[in-house]
Design a binder for this molecule. Sequence first.
Ligand code: NAD
Length: 510
Amino acid sequence: MATVASTTNPDRLSSLNPATGEVVGTVPVHTPAEVDAVVARARIAAHAWSQLSFEARAEELTAFRKALAAHADELADLLHRENGKPELEAYTEVMMALGHLKEAVGRAETAMAPKKVSSGMLANYRATISYHPLGVIGVIGPWNYPLNTPMGSIAYALAAGNAVVFKPSELTPLIAVKLAEIAAKTFALPDLLQVVTGAGSTGAALAKSGVDKIAFTGSAATGKRVMMAAAERLTPVLLELGGKDPMIVAEDADLDKAAEACVYGALTNAGQACVSVERVYVADAVHDRFVEEVVKHVRELKIGGDDGHLGAMTSSAQVAIVKDHLDDAIAKGAKVHTGGPDAISGNYIQPTVLTGVDHKMKVMNDETFGPVIPIQRVGSIDEAVKLANDSKYGLGSTVFGGKAARSIAARIRAGMTSVNSVLGFAGIPSLPFGGIGDSGFGRIHGDEGIREFTRTKSTAEQMLSIPMNMMSFRQPKDMPKKLRGMIKQLYGDGVVAKATDGWRRFRAGK
Ligand code: NAD
């Protein structure tokens, strides 16, 4: 039975507990040849899976969801030990991942239902659009939400009738191995969801393997490399990349709610979320009160321990990036209200609130991906919107305000916006999820997330013959003249005589 693909490579990869440094487990490193073999097996499973009815697929996927739910404790424990997130966040992640599985199954048939569309001028035709599985989807995942993020692609790809080969992050491979083990025990087709493990080179091999689509979640830099590798075989890609999500707080916002939301949005998962609140713009009149509220909320948080609000950062490399952003901001004049670079100990970072920040600082431009809340004072909503849009990224965003909140939200250049709430768009599985610019393209979740893993087919069926058949060379001699008339009547001003005169003058070179 295939779970994690077998390998002849003696090298193994260790997954470490970021809180303690101890080895949680080891996994194989798959070579390009082994990745190709896994994809070949997945192709056979994909064919059989695509032949099943939606109902039959739903039955198997529901059994898979129930099996995962039965292993919730084990999954949450692995998330806690391998990624560093506390219990609360680990169970939240399991719950979100299973929510996607349920949602995808529930909407696949409707999202892929054939649609009859207008046949326009060809009124004697029946025009339909239908959606079909692509085949094998390669999913490459990150370490920050090692279960929920890939599930945002895996669930929708499987529900749409595809097989999946999943390459998890080298920092969090064990949770993926568990997922594949449960899948192999549940599905009648054991190769339907397979996992290959290793670092970037295993991911690159998957991108080049000839899968029918790559769904990549990770940094913009790696996303570009994946796209280049996939280009070799013109493999389409879906890219869910990083963000630098802004939050705007207008003068008439409910400040207490805005502060609570800001603290959660910026610090959940220790700030290691692609849709973390990464920069905050607050109206001058309420700036000081808002900062006071935020600092108060932050001081209530528990850092570390199984029951903490914030756990250890998953990688020490990320800790170094956060420290660099803090040092840079402080050197350029930012004020530290809580935390700061001196409050970093090993992989633990105390949540840091900064004010007096501006767009010359890394902390307002580059993805920090850590527990940092930089707050900038703005003189007007126009200034806030201009600053919010001053980014190469465009993933999520947040607006808190009164009557104008919705219209402010409409002006933000991003894939998603939460109004008077934070991360709402991520908690509603029927809303498509994705970004623009350096945050990538394509959409997961919702109907769009199902159709992202399908090919669209157009069918034009002639229902009856009519005397004027445009799809033939057998036309009457005066057909060009008739067409000239029709063009003007259908698409021009309708005055045929003028058009004919114009044509004569054109032919005569006048
Ligand atoms: P990363 O880009 O370093 O790695 C992501 C994955 O790509 C890993 O599995 C890695 O092994 C693999 N990889 C590395 N080099 C590769 C190559 N040349 N070819 C193919 N695969 C390769 O990202 P990360 O550090 O694991 O994750 C953090 C990033 O992910 C952040 O930027 C975060 O914002 C982003 N993210 C985005 C979303 C989203 O939905 N938009 C969700 C979660 C995380």
